[in-house]
Design a binder for this molecule. Structure first.
Ligand SMILES: [Zn+2]
Length: 301
């Protein structure tokens, strides 16, 4: 078997971890193959071609609409595609990603269009919708439960196989870079979804951009680390307010490395995403009456 294809448990040989190219670093991501059901298609065209040759794939379930999770769709003919209703549109029409990333009429718009072309992304039709608590019967004792876990996108779903207690968490990715930088993201929901994942009785989890994490204790530890990153961001944003005794506009946060401690080669995009993410924190603070909005901008309450 190719080394990017890896069984997760001796007792469940039909559940395979499919590692994305370059360690699943963007623009690639990991997948899970359960029987003939594949979760996400961003492992890379090469990997996907090899996987198709080795295993029948008849169904594709999407965790969410992001390009790094759907880019291989064009290689899968004669399969049925499934997503949550709230993520259906940008999967069916990939140009809808541009307004969702809030990059229309910025230099990043061109970059994103080039990336869509480079990845040879194509529109597909979603054949059926999935929603919270749906059980997909895979056969061979495998039952995959849909966990609606919005926040990263509006329709993000994780998947949990009931017998093996193996879960695929999509982009609740347990890396050092939690992401909610698109217009349909929501930080309050994201944190609720993390809590929902934490309450799961799991043995093994796999995420879109991290490999295998095994054992409930280790998994809990990683979830706590992930939450502490969000908390660090909360604190830096609140500190920004307390260091200035005046109303703050969202643009005052621009280019200040509050979320991205270092910008990379994708700086133009990161600066836009960072502002969107800061906005999500501010919305959370407004919801908790910690911050209020006045004519001149945002203030601590
Ligand atoms: Zn994503």
């Amino acid at each position: 078997m190719d080394d990017f294809i890896q069984p997760l448990s001796d007792d469940f040989p039909d559940i395979l971890f499919i590692k994305g190219k370059n360690n699943a670093r963007y623009p690639y991501s990991n997948s899970l193959l359960i029987g003939d059901h594949l979760i996400d298609t961003g492992i890379s065209p090469n990997h996907l071609r090899k996987l198709k040759r080795a295993f029948p794939i008849n169904h594709v379930l999407f965790t969410h609409w992001h390009e790094d999770h759907i880019s291989g769709n064009y290689l899968l003919n004669n399969v049925k595609f499934y997503s949550h209703s709230k993520d259906k549109l940008p999967i069916e029409n990939v140009e809808k990603m541009i307004p969702l990333y809030n990059v229309r009429n910025t230099p990043v718009e061109e970059e994103l269009i080039s990336l869509i072309k480079l990845l040879r992304m194509q529109n597909i039709k979603i054949d059926a919708l999935i929603e919270d608590n749906d059980i997909v019967d895979i056969g061979n004792q495998l039952k995959l439960k849909v966990l609606f876990t919005p926040g990263h996108t509006a329709g993000h779903c994780a998947f949990y196989e009931l017998n093996s207690k193996i879960a695929f968490l999509g982009d609740i990715d347990l890396t050092r870079h939690p992401y909610y930088g698109n217009l349909d993201a929501n930080l309050i929901e994201f944190e609720e979804s993390i809590a929902k994942i934490k309450s799961l009785d799991v043995n093994i989890v796999v995420t879109g951009h991290r490999g295998i994490i095994e054992g409930k204790n280790k998994i809990n530890e990683e979830i706590e680390k992930y939450k502490s990153i969000l908390q660090g961001r909360d604190e830096r944003i609140l500190a920004f307010f307390s260091e200035r005794s005046r109303a703050i506009k969202l643009n005052d946060f621009k280019n200040r490395n509050i979320i991205y401690r270092k910008y990379t080669a994708f700086k133009d995009f990161e600066v836009i995403a960072e502002l969107l993410m800061i906005k999500k924190h501010i919305e959370k603070f407004q919801n908790a009456d910690v911050i209020m909005e006045e004519k001149k901008g945002y203030m601590l309450s």
